[in-house]
Ligand binder design. Sequence first.
Ligand SMILES: *[C@@H]1O[C@H](CO)[C@@H](O)[C@H](O)[C@H]1NC(C)=O
Ligand SMILES: *[C@@H]1O[C@H](CO)[C@@H](O)[C@H](O)[C@H]1NC(C)=O
Ligand SMILES: *[C@@H]1O[C@H](CO)[C@@H](O)[C@H](O)[C@H]1NC(C)=O
Length: 225
Amino acid sequence: MAMLKASWFLVVPLLFLSASAISPKAVVKVTNNPADQLVAALNDNRTAHKSSSLYDNPGLACLALQYIKAYQGDCGAVEAKKPSESEFAETFAPNCGILASSLSPITGRLLGCQSKYVTPANAFSDILMENNKGLEILYDKNHTEVGAAASGSDGGGPYFWCVLFSNGKRNSSFAFEGGVAKISRPGCFSGANDECSGASNWPQPFSLWSLAATALMAGVYAFGL
Ligand SMILES: *[C@@H]1O[C@H](CO)[C@@H](O)[C@H](O)[C@H]1NC(C)=O
Ligand SMILES: *[C@@H]1O[C@H](CO)[C@@H](O)[C@H](O)[C@H]1NC(C)=O
Ligand SMILES: *[C@@H]1O[C@H](CO)[C@@H](O)[C@H](O)[C@H]1NC(C)=O
């Protein structure tokens, strides 16, 4: 794979205090949703590596979709448009209807984008885990939960994949106001039992192979804490 950009950064930890907002958690199954499938691939890899399976938190996943939206579809700007820490509390959480009091520390971030659509399993192995830094973030023992998002851009590609990790408490962190996930389109996020393959800018399965022939551009960007 021709990688045009592969940059890795360290950032200062986000230190949000976790409070005691409680939200009901449904049993999460893998749905017809690329973000859920990305979490499944990620957790399969962690458990095969004898790491714990991470709880798929829809609130954290909604923030991951907001994180993607901050790039405004510009795959070449993974560095220039890196969201600042303050945007989690100031913009992403309110857009998702996440209670500010339930925000918890982000313990890792992975972001990748590419002009062609690949399956969630390939996005995991070929884009997000493209180098050792990605694996280091994946296996960090501090993570307790994860949230993933996937989104195309206007008219198709580039396709963005984002994974956020946290060490928050699964039953109280990143809680939606009213306890119900606020689904937004376009784009898909994990953990909400939301069927999402038909999102307007996401390719249907039958068209995947034709997309595979399109020109390749990729950006991989990750943050370890
Ligand atoms: C986890 O994923 C990485 C990157 O794709 C791969 O190299 C490794 O073999 C996988 N580990 C396990 C235990 O499946
Ligand atoms: C877990 O977090 C602490 C600080 O919060 C840090 O010092 C430590 O290195 C982290 N552990 C891992 C395995 O990253
Ligand atoms: C939330 O989890 C904590 C421990 O992780 C537990 O003590 C508490 O009872 C749980 N609360 C609910 C409402 O499930």
